[in-house]
Design a binder for this molecule. Structure first.
Ligand code: FES
Ligand SMILES: [Fe+2]
Length: 458
C-alpha cells in the first residue's frame, strides 16, 4: 500500500512560512526580488494620465507614464512627509506631490523643492525609491533589486510565427501565490474540476482526441524532473491500443508555469505574481489558442470558452483585474447546474480554478495535507523553491535563472499522443531541438527521479 503522506514530502509549519511569505524581510520575498516581475499591462498607463496604485510583494508603489511616454514605478510616498504621490500631478519630467510641490523624476531623484529656499542643495540629496522598469510584449516589467538588472527572461515569445499576435491577460486571485501556482502543475485535477461531468462518450469512440483520454483514465502516472530553470513533468495515460497520451508542463523559477492546454509546441507562460501574502496576480502571455475543447458534435465542453467577467478596475491597491465571482458570493455556484452538465456548477475553467484555490483560505495550511502520487510535481516544485530561498538566505547564492535569461529559452508545454514505446523525454527533447535549431541542451533524467517507462502506463 502506498503511504498517503509520501516519504519526506509532508510540509512542516515553518516550511510553509518559508514557501509562502514574500514581504521584504522574508527569504522567499528576497528571492522574488532577484527576478523580473510582470507588473502591469502597458495599456493600464496613459501618457500624462492618472498614476496607478501598484502593490507588489507586500510593498506599495505608484506606476505612471509621463507625458513624454516613459514609465516610472516609484515608492508611492513622497520623501518629504510621506503624503501619497497617488494624488500627485503627472508632469513633464516627473511626478509632483501636491502637498508642498516637491517633484520627483522617474528615477526617484527629487528635482524640484519649491518649499525650501532656492540657495540650498537639499533636493540633490533627496530621492524616493524607484524600481528598474522595462516595457516589452505589452507588459510593464519591474525589477526590485538594487544594481544593474539582468536581461528579461528569454521565453519563446519572440519566436511566434509572423502574424500570430501575443495576447496578455491579468486576473487577480484572492489567495497566496503558491497555492494558485500549484493548481497549474496539478494536471490531474482537469479530469475532475473542469471535465468531471464529461464522459468519454462525449467523443467519437476510439478517437485519439486529447480530451477523450482524460475522462477515460482519471489517475495518470507521473514523472517529474528537477531542471536548471525549475521542474518539468509528464502525466501519461493509456490512449487506445499501442498509444500513450502525454501531458507535459513546467514550473520555472520563481513563479512561472507552462500548462499543457494545447498540442505540444504552444508558446505561452503564466506568472503568479504575489501582490501580497494573500493576493496574487495571474499574468498570462501567450500565442493564440486553438479549439480542441469541443465534443463530437462540435460543441464547446462545459466551462470552456466562457468569457471572464471582469469588474471595472478601481484605483484601490487591490482594485485591478478582479472578476465577478469571489468567495463572498460563493463564486456564483449553481447547485442546479452542478447536478447536471457541470461537475462544479461554476461557470468557466479559470473561475473553477479560482474558486477552488481561494476556498483553501488566504494561505493554505500545508501541514494538514495528505499528498498522493499525483502530487509529485507539486512536491518537487516546493523543494526547488525552498532550497533556492534557503541557499540565498544562508549562503547568498544567486537563485536559479535570476541572472540567466537563457534558462527560459526553448521551453514549451503541451500534449501529445505517442506510440507506447516512445520515451516522453526523448520526444520532448527532439521537439526542443527543433525549436532551438539544435542549439538547446536536452533535459536530462536524473536517476533519483526515474519512474516506470511510459509504455507501462495503464
Ligand atoms: S509631503 Fe510631499 S511635498 Fe510635502
Ligand atoms: Fe484548472
Amino acid at each position: 500500500m502506498i503511504s498517503t503522506r509520501l516519504l519526506g514530502n509532508a510540509v512542516r509549519a515553518e516550511e510553509n512560512v518559508l514557501l509562502t511569505l514574500v514581504g521584504p524581510h522574508a527569504p522567499m520575498g528576497k528571492l522574488m526580488r532577484r527576478y523580473w516581475i510582470p507588473a502591469l499591462r502597458s495599456d493600464e498607463l496613459e501618457a500624462g494620465g492618472a498614476p496607478v496604485r501598484l502593490r507588489l510583494l507586500c510593498e506599495n508603489f505608484l506606476a505612471f507614464r509621463s507625458p513624454e511616454g516613459e514609465v516610472g514605478v516609484v515608492d508611492h510616498r513622497c520623501a518629504h512627509r510621506c503624503a501619497s504621490l497617488f494624488y500627485g500631478r503627472n508632469e513633464e519630467g516627473g511626478i509632483r506631490c501636491v502637498y508642498h510641490g516637491w517633484k520627483f523624476a522617474r528615477n526617484g531623484q527629487c528635482i524640484e523643492m519649491p518649499s525650501e529656499p532656492p540657495e540650498t542643495d537639499y533636493k540633490a540629496r533627496v530621492r524616493i525609491r524607484a524600481l528598474h522598469v522595462a516595457e516589452k510584449f505589452g507588459v510593464v516589467w519591474v525589477h526590485m533589486a538594487d544594481g544593474a538588472p539582468p536581461p528579461l527572461p528569454h521565453f519563446d515569445w519572440n519566436e511566434l510565427e509572423a502574424g500570430k499576435a501575443l495576447s496578455v491577460s491579468f486576473m487577480m486571485r484572492e489567495c497566496n501565490w503558491l497555492q494558485a501556482l500549484e493548481g497549474d502543475i496539478d494536471t490531474c485535477h482537469v479530469g475532475f474540476l473542469h471535465l468531471g461531468a464529461v464522459g468519454p462518450d462525449a467523443f467519437e469512440e476510439g478517437s485519439l482526441n486529447y480530451y477523450r483520454q482524460m475522462p477515460e483514465n482519471l489517475a495518470p502516472k507521473y514523472e517529474a524532473l528537477e531542471t536548471e530553470y525549475g521542474a518539468t513533468y509528464c502525466a501519461y495515460r493509456h490512449a487506445g491500443p499501442g498509444n500513450t497520451y502525454h501531458r507535459i508542463g513546467h514550473f520555472a523559477m520563481p513563479f512561472w508555469t507552462m500548462v499543457p492546454s494545447e498540442p505540444m509546441d504552444h508558446i505561452h507562460a503564466r506568472a503568479w505574481v504575489p501582490i501580497d501574502d494573500h493576493h496574487s496576480m495571474l499574468v498570462v502571455i501567450g500565442g493564440p489558442r486553438s479549439t480542441f475543447t469541443r465534443d463530437k458534435h462540435g460543441e464547446l465542453l462545459p466551462g470552456a470558452g466562457v468569457a471572464i467577467r471582469y469588474l471595472p478596475n478601481t484605483s484601490d491597491w487591490l482594485g485591478r483585474w478582479r472578476i465577478e465571482e469571489n468567495p463572498r458570493n460563493d463564486h456564483l455556484i449553481s447547485r442546479e447546474t452542478q447536478r447536471g452538465r457541470s461537475y462544479t456548477g461554476i461557470e468557466g475553467i479559470p473561475v473553477q480554478d479560482q474558486a477552488i484555490t481561494e476556498s483553501m483560505g488566504p494561505i493554505v495550511d500545508r501541514t494538514k495535507e495528505h499528498l498522493g502520487t499525483s502530487d509529485r510535481m507539486i512536491m518537487l516544485t516546493r523543494r526547488k523553491l525552498m532550497r533556492a530561498a534557503a541557499a540565498l538566505r544562508d549562503e547568498g547564492s544567486v537563485p536559479p535563472g535570476a541572472d540567466a535569461a537563457e534558462s527560459y529559452h526553448h521551453l514549451r508545454a503541451g500534449f501529445a499522443i505517442l506510440p507506447d514505446d516512445t520515451d516522453w523525454l526523448d520526444y520532448y527533447n527532439s521537439r526542443r531541438s527543433v525549436w532551438s535549431k539544435g542549439a538547446a541542451a536536452p533535459i536530462e533524467r536524473m536517476k533519483r527521479h526515474a519512474a516506470p517507462a511510459p509504455g507501462n502506463a495503464t
